[in-house]
Design a protein around this ligand. Sequence first.
Ligand code: FES
Length: 140
Amino acid sequence: MNRKDFLKQVGFSGAAIFATYCMDGLSGCSSSGLSPASNVDFTLDLSLAENAALKNKGGFLIKNSVVVAYTTQGSYVAVTQVCSHEGRQEVTYRSAQNNFYCTAHGALFDTSGNGLNSEGRGGLKLYNVQLTNNLLRIYS
Ligand code: FES
């Protein structure tokens, strides 16, 4: 009898078995997470009110599962919202620290997508950005 069969026999449901496996940190858990999009290509018109957050340093917005930030250093950076830790779509930008942060378990990334702690060691997918007049293109 393997572990899964044993858990079923003692009354664990499928969801409970999955949760038990994840709490143990077994490899099957990460497969449930999302992957960063590889075919990103969209343009934000910075003259529109809906994109006003990107007119001020430290501002950011999320579109198409991409976090687009105008960093406190004055550059545009775009990264996936999908965290490399367990694939949760919870990455956001923090202007006070000028870094990216995943609210799920605290992974930290710098503005180049490099991990800054153990949860962030897998890095963050970075997308290209190109500013032409008021048009900010984000693409992979
Ligand atoms: S999914 Fe765990 S820190 Fe992001």
